[in-house]
Design a binder for this molecule. Structure first.
Ligand code: FES
Length: 571
């Protein structure tokens, strides 16, 4: 048997090995150091991340599985990010969480790791870290919450918040009713129950092969989550014994499989930046164009909010993500492996659709083509994305006057002005929301419509932004425009009144200005003023080193892997 990594700390009889063992013997027996795999449970449980608050119970099941298989389980609390609470945006901290988790996995005497995530940024950060440290790793997505109801109707968290708040602004719902719905929104433990970013990233983890197949989408309160967590603990020990690492498991084919899954389930646009960042950690070539090339022709098979009607609980009942993947099996890379040691496609044999309303068959899709479209043009020279499945079909080809806002504060100050020069054909442009500009690339791109237009019954307009959009949101929104305004992208040079044309079928996003005119223009002073570089701390490091959205918005020096070796000891 090859020497365990943990034996570099615990093996031998010298002073350092004595110190390492002695302190750990508070609870561990002497035979804990006889060569058994030491498995960290990287746990993002936190009271301030409500979506992940139940993960301590999940960790208990993992630990029992680890011990049953002959390993040693070690709880490792790691940076947690609660999407709804953390300011200015959880995305600012994704890379910090990934860096901190990577370093703690490397710094500690462990042989493998079980990654417990849920809320939007937690699974991406965990996978980025595991990829860079390259220890045997397996993901447990914490699972979605159960469906809440308000006055007899199901509430999709996130999606219905946007809808209800727009109803209040349009005058069709009272504020009192709006607030009353609040207690019905979050019915149980677990993450958002729409096909938002958390649900999407759980499915991405499964499509990549990093979970026990069939686990993604298991509702957080479902007892089968604990059963699968126990099995995952056992599997973690096997991963160490077989030396199955992210670098030996994940291939370009795994990522292309994830892109197929992303389209088939109508997943969040946020998956684009997260998958690009994870691939970057592994040195796997993946580009924005892969999302369009591989995903564009994939049919939408899942009728879930925000694009459709149902919620995650329904998806699980209807057969879960594996039943969806079975329908598009011919589009998957048959060689892409999973943590089980078998290819993903092998695990699709027994999957079935139990409710064809929720999961459509390949022959009756909700939409023929559901992938994320990548747009280019003089307004987005290195790319922008749009999710056509969440957009209004008539707006996918549109020409209109730009109404430009230099920051989200500028937008909030003016959007409900009754004298605002805006109509349903206007194109709302928000800049200063990219990775550098905000900083952190917040989910503000699904701009609320001007109340003047809402009162006319309009419910969607073309919006363009260098930020992101919540995976629970919908609308004709062009996102992730690169280069962002704060990186001297053309978005910083356009003015209110410029004509903008969007043509999703042709994959074009243009401002009707000559190259000469565009390059002659100075960036708008207000857009430059809105970007004040932070003086110190993480924000300073982030702004100085963050890459643009088209390459995953990771820090430039975190791309790639450092492996698990640590050259020097602490004593
Ligand atoms: Fe945590 Fe939506 S707020 S997943």
């Amino acid at each position: 048997m090859a020497e365990r990594r943990s034996a570099q700390w615990y093996g031998g009889s010298d002073r350092n090995a004595y110190i390492h063992r002695a302190w750990m013997r508070r609870g561990l027996p002497a035979n804990a150091f006889d060569g058994r795999p030491h498995i960290a449970i990287a746990n993002t449980a936190s009271d301030l991340t409500p979506c992940n608050a139940h993960l301590n119970e999940v960790a208990g099941s993992v630990a029992r599985g680890v011990y049953e298989a002959g390993g040693i389980a070690l709880n490792l609390p790691v940076v947690s990010l609660g999407e709804t609470l953390v300011r200015p945006t959880a995305m600012l901290w994704r890379n910090m969480a990934a860096m901190a988790i990577e370093e703690m996995l490397r710094a500690n005497p462990i042989d493998g790791v079980v990654l417990l995530g849920g809320c939007d940024k937690t699974i991406p950060a965990l996978l980025m870290a595991a990829a860079s440290v390259d220890l045997p790793a397996v993901v447990i997505p914490g699972g979605p919450m159960l469906t809440g109801t308000f006055r007899g109707a199901a509430l999709g968290c996130g999606t219905d918040v946007w809808r209800l708040s727009e109803d209040v602004r349009a005058g069709t719902l009272t504020e009192r009713d709006f607030v009353e719905s609040e207690s019905s929104m979050i019915r149980s433990r677990g993450h958002c129950n729409t096909m938002g970013t958390a649900s999407t990233m759980a499915i991405m983890a499964e499509a990549l092969g990093t979970t026990i197949p069939g686990l993604a989408g298991t509702p957080a309160p479902d007892s089968r989550l604990l059963e699968a967590s126990h099995a995952t603990g056992r599997l973690a020990v096997e991963l160490v014994e077989q030396d199955r690492r992210p670098s030996s498991l994940l291939t370009r084919g795994s990522f292309l499989n994830a892109i197929v899954a992303l389209a088939a389930v109508g997943g969040s646009t946020n998956a684009v930046v997260h998958l690009l960042a994870i691939a970057g950690r592994l040195g796997i070539e993946l580009t924005l164009d892969d999302f369009d090339r591989t995903g564009a022709g994939v049919p939408l098979l899942v009728d879930l909010q925000p694009a459709g009607r149902f919620l995650m609980d329904d998806l699980y009942r209807a057969g879960g993500p594996l039943a969806v993947l079975r329908e598009v099996r011919d589009l998957l890379d048959p060689a892409a492996m999973t943590v089980t040691g078998r290819p993903l496609v092998d695990h699709l044999e027994d999957a079935r659709i139990w409710d064809p309303e929720v999961i459509r068959s390949r022959s009756t899709p909700l939409q023929e083509e559901a992938g994320i479209a990548v747009l280019y043009g003089n307004l987005a020279p290195t790319g922008a994305v749009i999710k056509p499945a969440a957009a209004t079909p008539e707006l996918l080809k549109h020409r209109g006057r730009a109404l430009v806002f230099d920051s989200i504060e500028d937008f909030r100050a003016r959007i409900d002005d009754p004298d605002l020069d805006v109509d349903a054909d206007s194109v709302l442009v928000l800049r200063g929301c990219g990775p550098r500009g905000y900083p952190g690339m917040p989910e503000v791109s699904n701009l609320p419509l001007p109340s003047k237009v809402l009162r006319q019954g309009v419910r969607d307009m073309v919006r363009i932004c260098d930020g992101r959009m919540s995976g629970t949101a919908y609308g004709t929104v062009v996102l992730h425009v690169t280069p962002e305004a704060a990186a001297d992208g053309p978005l910083g040079r356009i003015r209110t009144g410029d004509m903008i044309s969007l043509d999703v079928a042709a994959r074009r996003l243009e401002v009707e200005l000559s190259d000469d005119e565009l390059s002659r223009r100075e960036p708008a002073p207000a857009a430059v003023a809105a970007f004040a570089a932070p003086a110190r701390g993480w924000e300073r490091l982030y702004v100085d080193t963050v890459r643009q959205a088209d390459s995953g918005a990771d820090l430039d020096f975190l791309v790639g892997s450092s492996g698990s070796q640590v050259a020097r000891d602490s004593h």
